[in-house]
Ligand binder design. Sequence first.
Ligand code: 9MR
Length: 348
Amino acid sequence: MKSLFTFLMLLVTQFLWAQNPANLKVFLKDVLAFPLGASINPRLLDDNMNYRERAGSEFNSLTAENHMKMVNIHPAADRFDFEKGDELVRFAQNRNMRVHGHTLVWHNQVATWMKDFKGDTQAWEMMLKNHIQTVVTHYQGKIAGWDVVNESFLDDGTLRPSIWADHIPDYIAKSFIWAHEADPKAILFYNDYGQDGKPKKMQAILNMVQDFKMRNIPIDGLGLQMHISVQSSNEAMEEVVRKSAATGLKIHFSELDVAVNPKNNPEFVYDDTAKDEQLSKYLCVFKAFQEVPVAQQYGITTWNVGDGDSWLRGYFKRPKEYPLLFDEAYRPKSAYRILMQSLKKYEK
Ligand code: 9MR
C-alpha cells in the first residue's frame, strides 16, 4: 500500500514538473536532424561549471580542441599521454555524446621529437604509422570518426611542405590506410579550411578524393572547417558545400565560427547590426548543410562553446571578437534562438 502511494506521488510530481515549460527545455540540437558538436577544452571543463553544463547539455558531439593532437598525445617518442583525451571521452560517454577525433596528422602542433626525428623513408613511415595506429587503437570503439589528415594543401592547390610531405611519399593516402587498419569502423575524414574563393585548393581536395576512390584508399568524409566571417561570400561557401557533397562522402562542418570583427578593429562594437549579419551567416551555413543529402550529414561542430573561449580571442589575440552561439557567460545569443525557430521545420 505504502509503495503504491509512493508510486502515485512520483507520477504526480513528474506530471507537475513536466507542466512547467522551464523544465521541458528544448535545445538547438533537438530540432536538428544531425549531430551538433563543439570542440572542447578539458581545462575549461574542470574549472568552469557553466562551461561544463553548456558543453554537456547543448551538444551531442564533441571534438577535442587540442588534446588529441600530436604534441599533446605523443609528447615523447616512447610515450603517449591519453589522460586529457580520455577525460573528454568519459565526459562525452556520460552524456551520450559522439566523439570526433581531431587530428592524427597535421603540420602544426607536432611534437618536438618528431621535428627532430632522423631516419630514412622507412623509419619515417614506421614512426607515423605507429603514431596513428597507437592513437586510433586506444580509442577504437569510442571515437566515431577521425580527422586523419588536416590542412595538407596550400591555397594554390599544391601540397603544403611539412615534415610529413618532405619525408613520406604519398603520406596522405598512407595515413588513411594505417588509420583504417587500426579501426575499420571509424569514419575517416580529410579536414581543411578556406576552400571558398580558393578554387585551386578546392580542386586539389576533389582530385585527391577521386584518386583515393580509384586506388581504394579508405576515405569516408570531408571536413569543411568553416572558420568564416560576416564578410564571407554565401555563394562561394555554398559552392564548396555542393562540390564537396557531390563526392558522395560524408560532410562535417568541423570547426564553425562566424567572426564579426575580422579586421580586429579595437573600436568594434558588437551592436544589433553586427548581430544580425552574424545571424544571417549562421542561418546560411546551417541551411547549406541541410542541402547535403541526409545520409552524408555527419554534423556541424562549432569551434568551442562561448565567445570567451574562441581561438580567435586566445590564439589570434582578437579581444573584440564574438564568433560563437553563446556569450562569455554561456547565455544563448539571439542567433541561437533564431536558428532554433527557423530550423524547427526540419524537426526529427
Ligand atoms: O583552437 C586551436 C587553438 O587552441 C590552438 O592554439 C591552435 C594551434 O594551431 O589550433 C586551434 O585549432 C585549429 C584546428 O586544430 C585546425 N584548424 C584550425 C583551428 C584554429 O586554428
